[in-house]
Ligand binder design. Structure first.
Ligand SMILES: Nc1ncnc2c1ncn2[C@@H]1O[C@H](COP(=O)(O)OP(=O)(O)OP(=O)(O)O)[C@@H](O)[C@H]1O
Ligand code: SF4
Ligand SMILES: [Mg+2]
Length: 365
């Protein structure tokens, strides 16, 4: 993988909502990359900005943001303010920074090319979309729609074969007879797998799956995980799996980005992140993640004690000064309260945003 060009390189990305409560800094100076064929996990507590980051990458952020209570005047004022900042640059689709995908910057790509990228090259499976399948059209028709849009001349027989191939791939039972049925005839888990089939059918370079297993029961979650594992192994595609569940990320990801208060706190190799987390926040997250031993204890009816992180994540309209994690960090010092730590590469392909990283590494926490 070393020496290869990243498939996606996000640099200094910002995406803010304007609301009546104030400016929500949902994505704040985020930088990370995804290599070809790699599965990256984006892990963080609820409300830290994960879905906003996915929407910003797709250049769809403003479509969601415009439903916020802010007026267009307030949005324009915010964009002007961001552009006037020292590291400012143009704001487009409510997003500032750069998103280099296959050598092109999506933030400057003409709209018609962006539409092509969204339809063929990057697929987003948005959070909570299983109920968004259109009840008026058959599942087969909806699964084939991305292909029909791309190839207007596609023959019906070919399209049908392709749809069945993909529905079978994601293990939809009796797809050959059921593909004519409407989405109401499929379970929530099946609907999620149908969305995965739709995301794959045009052969994208990158699939972003936002909380693919949440709101589903354990058995159904397992089926989704198996399908994602199969996609990872069998398809020549990069994956960005977004989850608040460390178990999901542990099972699938090659590299993990830990997000907190709109920022990436640590980004590194998955094995390292789970076994030797470097950032105090990652350490807290991983300590609250039930290990296999803990699960075995649970099976034996002994309740495991999860250490967890004291306190709550901040309100993104009022992010703490300095390091955003300082009110919850047991290692916080004056500098942490005053200065925002740099997000820096501390080892090969390992980034950390903490003033005290080296010191805590050498002394041990
Ligand atoms: N359309 C919107 N308008 C205004 N604020 C929003 C909007 N969508 C999200 N937010 C706010 O932006 C912040 C980040 O939200 P986001 O949905 O990106 O977080 P998340 O990490 O995906 O959370 P979850 O794990 O619950 O899905 C939150 O404070 C949220 O309240
Ligand atoms: S910068 Fe300071 S407060 Fe933030 S994580 Fe590091 S030690 Fe904790
Ligand atoms: Mg989300």
């Amino acid at each position: 993988m070393r020496g290869q060009e990243p498939l996606l390189e996000v640099k200094d990305l910002r995406a803010y909502y304007v609301t009546k409560r104030g400016i929500v800094r949902a994505v704040d100076n985020v930088s990370f990359d995804i290599m070809p064929g790699e599965c990256v996990g984006l892990l963080g507590e609820s409300g830290c900005g994960k879905s906003s980051l996915a929407l910003a990458i797709m250049q769809l952020f403003d479509r969601v943001a415009k439903f916020a209570a802010g007026t267009s005047g307030a949005r324009a004022a915010l964009d002007r303010y961001l552009e006037s900042q020292e590291q400012g640059g143009p704001v487009r689709h409510g997003v500032q920074g750069s998103i280099i995908f296959r050598g092109r910057d999506l933030t400057t790509l003409p709209e018609e090319e962006l539409v092509r990228v969204r339809g063929r090259e990057i697929s987003l499976i948005p959070q909570g979309m299983t109920r968004a399948l259109n009840p008026q059209f058959s599942v087969g028709m909806q699964t084939g729609e991305p292909v029909a849009i791309r190839e207007t001349q596609v023959r019906l027989k070919e399209l049908r074969e392709k749809v069945l191939q993909y529905l079978n791939l994601v293990h939809i039972p009796d797809a050959g007879t059921r593909f004519v049925l409407d989405p109401g005839s499929f379970s929530g888990g099946e609907a999620q797998r149908i969305l995965i089939a739709m995301a794959l059918i045009n052969g994208p370079y990158l699939v972003i799956a936002d909380e693919p297993t949440s709101a589903l029961d354990m058995t159904v979650q397992r089926q989704i995980m198996n399908v994602l594992q199969m996609v990872k192994e069998e398809f020549d595609v990069s994956l960005l799996i977004i989850s608040h569940d460390a178990g999901v990320i542990a099972e699938l990801a090659d590299r993990v980005a830990v997000m907190y208060a709109g920022r990436i706190m640590e980004y590194g190799d998955a094995v390292q992140m789970f076994h030797e987390p470097g950032h105090p926040y990652t350490q807290g997250l991983m300590a609250s993640f039930p290990t296999i031993v803990m699960m075995q204890m649970q099976a034996g009816k002994k309740r495991p004690r999860l250490r967890g992180i004291p306190g709550d994540p901040p309100d993104l309209t009022d992010i703490p000064s300095g390091c955003p994690f300082h009110p919850r960090c047991q290692f916080a010092q004056d500098r942490c309260r005053e200065e925002i730590p740099e997000y820096r590469e501390v080892g090969p392909r390992h980034w950390v945003m903490c003033h005290r990283y080296e010191e805590l590494q050498s002394n041990g926490p």
